[in-house]
Design a binder for this molecule. Structure first.
Ligand code: BGC
Length: 740
């Protein structure tokens, strides 16, 4: 069990704790009298059973609940170290606590701040997702962390979600590919990734109490695939249950989601943890499959209660002693924790990690560069020609704001953060006169900001407005959805006025997706979505603006013309009624809705311009290829017909002509990002397996790839299909799910 007094304020290095424990218990260890669990040559399951068998009931209980905000207790007599968890998805979070959310005030907890997950989503580059995870894994090790609380694999269902900037996108296939590689990258450093929030946490409004419901097919086809891929393909070691309820059960211990689906059907062998403060009952948590309870209360602030009062601490232990729960339920939870420890080599030689290295910062910059989405570029307004421009007016608070620090668990304490203004000045300041005006302010009552910005814009060759949101409440902020999709602080009016003063105005958006844009959109020559782009974001932005980097990001979420065009809002389901939200739109999330219903978006899913042009040709559907599972492989060519090198994301969508159950107009089933020199042409191959043709049939409890006609659509966005071909699937197959 745990008590506050025993808690060391500085995490001891795991290895030193092991040695400390072993030194006291076993003295000098010789191979012949070394306990089996310490023998790295033994199979993991044997080591787990050996160590489990040595634990007392109390020691077992100590492993299934927190003993500080982000740790579980050590067992020194056996050399089990304190286990450290850390947010978050965008970099290893600064240390808090240990028993509060406040900063620990350390000076050694700086970390690389990577671009937000919405930026990673827009790269459409699984290699970069792996690199992203690798940085996190290495930095977690260097900071002494064992489990990193990421990636987020929740689907962007409503653009209002306060955490949408932490999401990878609206499409399950894209999110699955990226989150699986993120997991692989993290876990390559002897650190467990923790994919979250399983499984229906798609908005912040009411998240602590709301009950989510949807039909089974929607669950399987839209919301589960990223989690399923993380478990089955990437071997993720931890899963965090969502705060929300699902069909009346708390997600973190929903018998259906955790016991039957995750652990039963998918065979997940790792551990399930609660979100912080997301546990409300001993019985339900114990029997519903929760293995680790975190963040339930803050000792010292809540009636003198301690970590022993956690639902899975003393109350559970007492229940076991009274015979209310079999010890096997506890053993299963502990086994899962130990398995993760052995899998991440906690008792063996562990990778040391690396922190704040130039290589990590270069990765952050590369991801930022590849994530930026060029939404509009009339008359070649971008890239800016540094040899011709003599003056530049930079406008907007986001040009100088540090966004990496937050919000909350998604923020990172960085050694530096290059702002857009710094990036632009470093890139071009010696060649041109650059002015800066705030233009708008979060503080009411500031006057003349617009006038000053307009005057600066009028005098400059080009004006660049760095607009957007900023993690303030309701503006990309955990716990609070946005109230609308418009730009705050009068930015629409500001942009309009700047444009009137200088038609050569470029608008850059720093935000999560999506923004409803004002009438100025028709007049502004160039618009760039730059996301929250991490510690090197300013450099990345400058390089894109001046053409050192050719933008290759594509939207991972549809931008609606107006909020009411998007499904959760068009159907009036958001934010739920009387504590329940039924996902009435079913499968029609994001572009599936817009394309099936024929609604014109502002910018479609998969969309993004380049400084060069790509031509697609020669789509062939080839059977019997080298990929084992492929039913067919789509082969085609892409040529760079412009004058700059650039990368294109070729997207493949599948349409079934006459399905026995209704299907969306098209579904993404493959993509590939390729880099092409000017004039270069490359062959692209995208294999399609049975799952690519299948839908989930709730009656058959399986994935049905139905014989019949399909269209294979290949394009540069979901609405820019360049090549099309028909395919006849000759045989129906059902991939049954082993629902227990
Ligand atoms: C968030 C999680 C996060 C946890 C710990 C919760 O509020 O939902 O994503 O990992 O806090 O900071």
């Amino acid at each position: 069990m745990t008590c506050l007094a025993r808690f060391p304020h500085r995490p001891l290095n795991a290895f030193s704790l092991v040695l400390l424990g072993l030194g006291t218990v076993f003295g000098t260890l010789h191979a012949e009298n070394r306990p089996l669990y310490l023998d790295p040559d033994q199979p993991v399951e044997k080591r787990v059973e050996d160590l489990l068998g040595r634990l007392t009931l109390e020691e077992k209980i100590s492993q299934i609940h927190g003993d500080s905000k982000f740790s579980t207790a050590p067992i020194p007599r056996l050399g089990v170290p304190r286990r450290w968890l850390s947010d978050g998805p965008h970099g290893v979070r600064e240390d808090v606590g240990p028993h509060t959310w406040s900063s620990a005030g350390r000076t050694d907890d700086f970390a690389t701040s990577l671009p937000s997950l919405s930026a990673l989503g827009s790269t459409w580059n699984p290699d970069l997702a792996y690199a992203y995870g690798e940085v996190l894994g290495e930095e977690s090790r260097a900071r002494g962390k064992d489990i990193i609380l990421g990636p987020i694999a929740d689907i962007a269902r409503t653009p209002l979600s306060g955490r949408i900037y932490e999401y990878l996108g609206e499409d399950p296939f894209l999110v699955a590919k990226l989150s699986a590689n993120y997991v692989r990258g993290v876990q390559s450093s002897d650190v467990a990734a923790c994919i979250k929030h399983f499984a229906a946490n798609n908005q912040e409004m009411g998240r602590a109490t709301i009950n989510m419901d949807m039909d089974e097919r929607t669950l399987r086809e839209i919301y589960l695939p990223p989690f399923e891929a993380a478990v089955k393909e990437a071997g993720v070691w931890a899963v965090m249950g969502a705060y929300t309820k699902f069909r009346g059960e708390h997600c973190a211990y929903s018998d259906y989601l955790i016991n039957r689906l995750l652990k039963g059907e998918w065979g997940f062998k790792g551990l399930v943890m609660s979100d912080w403060g997301g546990t409300y009952s001993t019985r339900e948590a114990a029997l519903g499959g929760l293995d680790l309870e975190m963040g339930t209360l803050i000792p010292g602030t809540e009636d003198g209660r301690t970590y022993d009062d956690y639902y899975l601490a003393m109350p559970f232990l007492e229940g076991i002693r009274k015979g209310d729960y079999p010890v096997s339920v506890l053993d299963d939870k502990v086994r899962r924790s130990l398995r993760v420890m052995f899998a991440t080599h906690v008792f063996d030689t562990r990778k040391p990690g690396a922190l704040n290295t130039p290589a990590h910062q270069a990765t952050a910059q590369r991801i930022a560069e590849e994530s930026m989405v060029l939404l509009k570029n009339d008359g070649g307004a971008l890239p800016l020609d540094a040899s011709r421009i003599t003056s530049l007016a930079i406008i907007g608070e986001n040009a100088v704001r540090h966004n990496a620090a937050g919000f909350f668990g998604a923020g990172v304490k960085t050694m530096h953060e290059i702002t857009p203004l710094e990036g632009i000045v470093q890139r071009a300041g010696s060649r041109m006169n650059i002015t800066y005006s705030t233009g708008y302010s979060r503080q009411p009552g500031e006057t003349n900001l617009v006038e000053r910005a307009v005057a600066a814009a009028r005098q400059a060759d080009v004006a660049v407005v760095i607009a957007g949101l900023n993690h303030s409440r309701y503006l990309d902020d955990e716990g609070w959805d946005r109230k609308n999709l418009r730009l705050p602080y009068g930015q629409d009016e500001l942009i309009q006025r700047v444009l009137q003063a200088n038609p050569r105005t470029i608008v850059v958006l720093i935000s999560g997706p999506a923004i409803e844009l004002g009438p100025w959109l028709g007049q502004v020559p160039a618009l760039l979505q730059a996301h929250y782009s991490g510690m090197e974001g300013g450099h990345a932005l400058a390089r894109v603006l001046f053409g050192d980097v050719n933008p290759s990001g594509k939207l991972a979420c549809t931008y609606p013309k107006q909020l009411m065009d998007s499904p959760a809002h068009a159907l009036g389901t958001y934010p739920g009624t009387d504590g329940t939200l039924f996902y009435k739109e079913g499968l029609l999330v994001g572009y599936r809705w817009f394309d099936t219903k024929g609604i014109e978006p502002l910018f479609p899913f998969g969309y993004g311009l380049s400084y060069t042009h790509f031509e697609y040709s020669g789509l062939k559907l080839v059977s019997g290829t080298n990929s084992q599972d492929a039913v067919i492989t789509a082969e085609f060519e892409i040529a760079n017909t412009g004058e700059r090198a650039g990368a294109e994301v070729a997207q493949l969508y599948v349409h079934q002509a006459h399905p026995s159950l209704p299907r969306p107009a098209k579904e993404l089933k493959g993509f590939k990002k390729i880099m092409l020199e000017p004039g270069e042409k490359q062959k692209v191959s995208i294999p399609l397996d049975r799952r690519a043709f299948a839908f989930y049939d709730p009656d058959l409890k399986g994935w049905v790839a139905q014989a019949g006609e399909f269209r294979i659509l290949v394009g540069s966005s979901s609405r820019d299909i360049r090549l099309e071909n028909g395919f006849h699937l000759s045989e129906t197959t059902v991939e049954k799910q082993a629902v227990p």
